[in-house]
Design a protein around this ligand. Structure first.
Ligand code: HEM
Length: 198
């Protein structure tokens, strides 16, 4: 269900970014932004929302244990797959955008950004009961918490970079959300460790 939501929202982002630019702006234009650049940009924003929800589920349950937060945790794996789906749309959009960009050549930054997709793929193929049994719950948990943290770091770098160059309020909101989610998760971890040593 969550996964289908991710496909539908990704299609909606594609439609809106297709319709948003003025008719005279070419779909491949980077300045002013045409369809492919806007699609690349906002498909990443949607992917971020799914990632943030997956990352924050257990923290929210630790702060407020309710039917809603328990449900959120229950669907955490699906939220992660929703992220992978939305982020695949980002991949398709950026390939189309960059392959139509005049003078674009692949450099080392692509390898760094591309590593994020290796992490995404690794988390996606191991998001099932078979992998939990195969790796063992502790190792599986470690893999997924390291992987999801790396991806949060990618978004933090992307959004804070844009905040520093554009000063658009939306980037400040995203950066604040990431910082809050990370600090809250660390607090919960510390609380659990203190309780274990008491
Ligand atoms: C895990 C990997 C990745 C993450 C987390 C990520 C994240 C993001 C985010 C958050 C944005 C939106 C930034 C904004 O609003 O301006 C974005 C845009 C973009 N990304 Fe990615 N990305 C990833 C991989 C890649 C790769 C491999 C490429 C290929 C070089 C790429 C190319 C782009 C481009 C061209 C844009 C549009 C930049 C603009 O708006 O001017 N991304 N990405």
């Amino acid at each position: 269900m969550v996964w289908i939501g991710s496909v539908l929202l990704s299609a909606l982002v594609m439609l809106v970014t297709y319709l948003a630019p003025a008719a005279e702006i070419a779909v491949t234009s980077d300045s002013p932004p045409g369809f492919l650049l806007l699609w690349t940009r906002y498909s990443a924003h949607l992917a971020f929302v799914f990632l943030l929800l997956a990352f924050s589920a257990s923290t929210l349950k630790a702060f407020a244990n309710s039917a809603q937060t328990r449900g959120w945790v229950k669907y955490r794996r699906q939220l992660g797959l929703g992220f992978a789906t939305a982020h695949t749309f980002h991949l398709v959009a950026l390939i189309l955008f960059l392959s139509n960009l005049e003078g674009y050549s692949v450099d080392t930054s692509v390898a760094v950004a591309g590593f994020g997709y290796v992490v995404t793929a690794l988390l996606s193929v191991t998001s099932n009961d078979y992998s939990i049994n195969r790796l063992g719950p502790a190792k599986w948990k470690q893999l997924h918490s390291v992987g999801i943290s790396i991806l949060m770091l990618y978004f933090f770098v992307a959004f804070s970079g844009r905040l520093l160059t554009d000063f658009a309020p939306i980037y400040a909101v995203y950066v604040a959300l990431i910082a809050t989610a990370v600090v809250a998760k660390l607090k919960v971890k510390r609380r659990i460790m203190t309780a274990a040593t008491d």
